[in-house]
Design a protein around this ligand. Sequence first.
Ligand SMILES: Cc1cc2nc3c(=O)[nH]c(=O)nc-3n(C[C@H](O)[C@H](O)[C@H](O)COP(=O)(O)O)c2cc1C
Length: 370
Amino acid sequence: MQTKLAKEMGLKTPLFAFARSKEVVVEVSRAGGCGVLGAIAHTPEALEEDLKWIDAHIDGRPYGVDTVMPMSYAGKGEMPDPEKLRAMISPAHHEYVAHLLEKYGVGELPDDYERVGDDLLGWSVERGMAHLEVALNHPVALIANALGTPPPEAIEQAHKAGVRMAALCGKTKQALAHKAAGVDIIIAQGWEAGGHTGEIAGMILCPEIVDAVGDTPVLMAGGIGSGRQMAAALALGAQGAWTGSIWLTTEEHRAYHHATVVDKLLAAQSKDTVRSRCVSGKPARMLVTEWTKAWDKDPNCPGTLPIPLQWMVQAEAVERIIVHGNVPLMGTPVGQIVGRMNKVRTCRDVVESMAAECATVTDRLASYRG
Ligand SMILES: Cc1cc2nc3c(=O)[nH]c(=O)nc-3n(C[C@H](O)[C@H](O)[C@H](O)COP(=O)(O)O)c2cc1C
């Protein structure tokens, strides 16, 4: 099952897999799709390490790296300065986080505990450009950017290195801005998707964007976890499927989540997600938890902050929640496809069964013509 873009990129299946797990990236690419490593939680040094590991294990198959250079965020235009940014967070927000931790009985971090997380995360042009520079020193086939049109210097550097630049969007207007800036692949992210989403369902958004951007290839994102859904993406005019949630319950992803989160994902139904601003300050789809309910519904909540402040106010709290295995508060971004993620599978099984089902479905559709 191939499309023009898949052929050009040397893929066996037009299936792209966003993941923060280097193991998922390698296994998806080795199985014929295109793994894309999410760099947001990596320092440039950690990204370099992961990409070296990927290069050593991926058998020369194509893969990509995902950066997050948002259009708008607090402190835009200067190198992110944690102290300066921290000063922008009101005491009410710190107090609210402390209140939630106390309410749900979350203990302090142990004295000998070393923080693993990054309070700032990679969502700034400066951090994104640093990720890009690291990535372009590796044999990447693709750079994707979330939350805005990549800056001109990013597109220029990718093109100079002969690498395709992709960008996510949730509206046709954003797709046209991406195209005008020179983005090579538009990722149309429907509202059912995990992570940051807009308000338009994929069924509507994908063909609208395909028609608007002409010969620029489009990948459909949001709610794709089976070959039938991949075939639907192709039927809507996409040249491939861009996926994220489905990999969270794979064998290769296990190390990246607390066992409780995996259990919650396996048990969740498609109704158990919410679009909430509580993690980043921008609407993103995630599992419903007591944490999301508090930020979204509690009349005493002080409201959410812009990127990156909303994450900064809770980064340590999230580590405390994980260290103490707090079941009511633990969650993850995930899309509505979570309702079909009912058992742990290998990445190869997911890729191969999606490719096989997509081929069967397209044959079935062809047979309807008599
Ligand atoms: C846990 C998680 C984290 C995500 N983080 C990012 C990110 O850092 N950058 C990005 O471009 N997309 C991110 N996304 C969105 C995915 O790239 C993808 O567009 C989305 O998952 C597709 O919809 P689906 O979840 O229904 O497959 C994330 C998705 C999930 C589930």
